[in-house]
Write a protein that binds this ligand. Structure first.
Ligand SMILES: [Zn+2]
Length: 412
């Protein structure tokens, strides 16, 4: 009887609190794929070797990053040698990076030396509305699948401005994106630097610091490498890639119909409440008001424009590249960090159903980007907390250059 009660207790506990997954001795390799046959054989072993692609391959001759569980490492290296695939071991122990990322001691409020939980980010955003009641208004686009509020804020100093719309952390594990955007919010409100005051006061900023609230909490509490939503739709695997779920040319390229894939597009367009409500929110804003739409991601250091589904270029491509150049040049000049810019399909890989494609094609926002923040694969998604501030500062500089370039061609 006592054993039975004990077992029952264990069963109850395991239901209420999911143990965090560990990644002890998981390794990440950078692979160099030069032949089609190599790519095919890599894809063939993806499931049996439990590979997790941190960076997908776009075309032959380019690199990709893949995470391998420890029990598969020996066989995987044998496979690489047999297939003559060139490789570097970039991360020797993923868990070690995750442990270093955990804050040692946490002070109240927001600083940019640590990654923060959803609760902390939301509490901080709410405190801004009290500190800056004239400039900050809070909004919520609605509730997530698990019932969390998807909060955002608008910063506006005066009527008549054009607007920039930014969503961050649509992919749960890309923690640097919400860390950077909260820094930008802070700078827009408190900085005295004239260039920052200029973009703060002459542009309206709509910012959702964490769009994928459910996935973000799950990545903090259970699986640091979680990317997708948390809705199951009765599928074999849980989660939809929200940045493949928007209703423009949904599932036409660079998306998967396999629920276990990291790029699963969902059972139908805008099946995820987070995306459906985001689309409604942006649609309800006046036409010709939002001029720039940014979806913040990591990693790879890219500014990516439409199109994603085709290598053909959109009508406003020259303007998109002029403004992207403004972003990239400005931060490179000051910090030396290099961002590559171009269309998704030409620069990184094909994609459909992403936010920037929808923003451009459906809402008619002329300058839409996916911006991939640091780094190039040294730490990948687990960028050390020491890099939050340098990354945030370079993005702020990039935004100043971006707004200047947009002014030059009368976008804002
Ligand atoms: Zn992403």
């Amino acid at each position: 009887m006592r054993i039975a009660i004990g077992l029952l207790l264990i069963a109850l506990l395991s239901v209420s609190a999911e143990e965090p997954l560990r990644f002890d001795n998981y390794k990440v390799y950078k692979l160099f794929i030069n032949e089609d046959g190599q790519y095919q054989s890599l894809k063939n072993i993806e499931k049996t070797f439990k590979l997790n692609f941190w960076k997908e391959i776009r075309s032959l001759g380019e690199d990709c990053d893949v995470m391998v569980p420890p029990e598969k490492v020996l066989d995987f290296e044998k496979f690489l040698q047999k297939s003559s695939i060139g490789y570097n071991l970039t991360i020797n122990n993923v868990q070690e990076l995750i442990d270093n990322e955990r804050p040692k001691a946490r002070s109240a409020g927001m600083e940019w030396t640590d990654y923060h939980s959803l609760e902390e980010i939301h509490a901080w955003v709410e405190s801004l509305a009290q500190r800056f009641p004239k400039q900050v208004s809070l909004f919520s686009i609605g509730k997530s699948f698990e019932g969390r509020n998807i909060k955002g804020l608008k910063i506006s100093y005066k009527p008549g401005n054009k607007a920039v719309f930014i969503e961050a952390n649509i992919h749960a594990r890309e923690w640097i994106t919400s860390a950077v955007i909260t820094y930008i919010i802070d700078e827009l409100l408190v900085s005295r630097h004239p260039a920052v005051r200029d973009i703060a006061e002459n542009i309206d900023w709509y910012i959702i610091p964490v769009l994928n609230v459910d996935g973000f909490v799950y990545s903090h509490e259970v699986d640091r490498m979680w990317r997708k939503s948390r809705q199951g739709h009765g599928n074999k695997c849980i989660g939809t890639d929200m940045n493949r779920n928007f209703g423009f040319l949904w599932m036409s390229a660079g998306a998967s119909n396999d629920s276990c894939s990291e790029t699963y597009a969902g059972p139908f367009a805008q099946s995820e409440p987070e995306i459906n409500q985001l689309v409604d929110y942006v649609q309800a804003l006046p036409d010709d008001y939002i001029k720039i739409y940014i979806s913040l991601h990591s990693y790879g250091q890219y500014v990516l424009s439409p199109w994603g589904h085709t290598e053909e270029l959109p009508p406003d491509y020259d303007a998109m590249m002029h403004v992207a150049k403004g972003y990239a040049d400005s931060l490179k000049r000051r910090y030396g960090t290099v961002f590559t810019y171009g269309s998704s399909a030409l620069t990184l890989y094909k994609v459909s159903g992403s936010g920037k494609e929808w923003a451009y094609a459906v809402k008619g926002i002329p300058i839409p980007y996916t911006i991939e923040l640091r780094d190039k694969g040294t730490y990948g998604f687990i960028l050390p907390p020491e890099q939050i501030l340098p990354t945030a500062k370079e993005v702020l500089e990039g935004f100043i250059g971006m707004i200047h370039a947009a002014r030059e061609i009368n976008i804002v």
